[in-house]
Write a protein that binds this ligand. Structure first.
Ligand code: ADP
Ligand code: MG
Length: 378
């Protein structure tokens, strides 16, 4: 077990890293953050901030020397960085698991090999692959294999011709072509798995997106308890199949009452932010616990919850050229509402600036209260 006042390493300085720093501090640890942005949300509150590139050998050597273990808050950490650090200190999740989650082709291949349900798809390396792709994949969605997020790097394509045009627009980068499913709705499961293979799932959340970005998550999901349980079981199988250690998120499509795995994230997840206010242990504390070899905490939800994101767009609702702070005073009058702002200095459309959660037993009701509250402050 790694115990305080040990220093923990965090690769990445965004809001997920920031919540990790807070959880680690609460348990008595120190944190060293590596992120090239000198103003990164996590770096600003960490004990040490290395404002250097992820490949910077001097920074990595310092991290290996000062930290007892290291984890990550985003999936695009270079594989060499993880491989280098793991020569000296535990890296959790490990390089192999991160490699699967950071490449849609590896991810889909993993699901296929494990016999787990996913949308029909084809690997597209070149234009010839597109010409011979099964006609049943259309209408489809073409996604670049690497570095896509929040709906970026994907195109909805009605037919082969549109797919070809999109592939060219992505500069011929390796892609997956997925069949477009008609979704009933989307759910996700965040879980933690420890070094002994014990898995603790947080309750399944139901998610709605707006313009490709997560907008609202509610718990419990409106799905049947059976389907929610099945999602948790599938997520646990994924974690075990990758020999995963840490906090993992799994996104699902629900289509005609059946679950299809969409994608995995090797880190805490936006749809798990409700755990900060509704659960006995939150997803970031679980990340600390798994990293340090502590027993996992209880993921039990003490109540239902609705989490809504606050994107930079909210700052520009009155004037598209000048940012204006939302009416926080008004927000604070809403009972059972917990606000989390990420300390980003500049709002930009589409940028995740913060979120809030309304807790309460009826998810439909707290969802409505949360959406009204957001509307009122813009
Ligand atoms: P990102 O990495 O941007 O989150 P996703 O693969 O999760 O990429 O896609 C973003 C959203 O697009 C999904 O949450 C879903 O709403 C929609 N989507 C993606 N793939 C499909 C699909 N095969 N069928 C239907 N909708 C899809
Ligand atoms: Mg997604």
């Amino acid at each position: 077990m790694i115990l305080p006042p040990a220093t923990l390493g965090m690769l990445g300085g965004g809001q997920l890293g920031r919540f990790f720093v807070m959880a680690a501090h609460e348990l008595g640890y120190r944190v060293m953050v590596l992120d090239p942005d000198p103003h990164s949300p996590a770096g600003r509150i960490a004990d040490h901030h290395l404002a250097a590139a992820y490949e910077d050998t001097q920074a990595l050597a310092l991290m290996a020397q000062q930290c007892a273990a290291v984890t990550t808050e985003f999936e695009n950490v270079p594989a060499d960085t993880l491989a280098y650090l793991s020569k000296f200190i535990p890296v959790r999740p490990g390089a192999e698991a991160v490699a699967i989650c950071q490449n849609r082709m590896a991810e889909k291949g993993f699901l296929r090999d494990q016999g787990l349900p996913h949308a029909p798809y084809a690997e597209i390396h070149d234009e010839a692959d597109l010409s011979k792709a099964d006609a049943a994949l259309f209408p489809g969605i073409l996604k670049v294999a690497r570095f896509g997020y929040d709906g970026k790097g994907q195109a909805r394509v009605a037919n082969r011709q549109e797919a070809l045009a999109a592939f060219r627009q992505f500069h011929g980068e390796a892609c997956v072509l997925e069949h477009m499913l008609s979704l009933d709705y989307e759910v996700s499961v965040v879980l933690a798995r420890d070094e002994n293979g014990k898995v603790e799932c947080f309750p399944t959340a139901e998610n709605s997106h707006s313009r490709g970005i997560l907008d609202v998550s509610i718990v419990p999901a409106s799905t049947s308890a059976d389907l929610a349980g099945e999602a948790e079981e599938l997520a646990a199988r994924i974690a075990t199949g990758m020999d995963y250690i840490g906090t993992l998120a799994v996104e699902f499509f629900v289509c005609k009452g059946r679950l299809y795995i969409n994608e995995m994230a090797p880190r805490p997840h936006n749809s798990g932010h409700y755990t900060l206010d509704a659960c006995v242990t939150n997803q970031f504390e679980q990340q600390v616990r798994a990293l340090c070899g502590l027993p996992l905490g209880s993921p039990r939800a003490r109540s239902g919850a609705a989490m809504v994101n606050l994107l930079g767009d909210l700052w520009f609702q009155h004037d598209p050229h000048h940012a204006r702070e939302p009416d926080w005073a008004k927000l604070h009058t809403v009972p059972n509402l917990k606000l989390h702002l990420y300390g980003k200095h500049h709002a930009r459309p589409g940028r995740k600036m913060g979120h809030f959660t309304v807790v309460g037993d009826d998810p439909a009701q707290v969802r409505q209260i949360a959406l009204e509250a957001r509307r009122a402050i813009g």
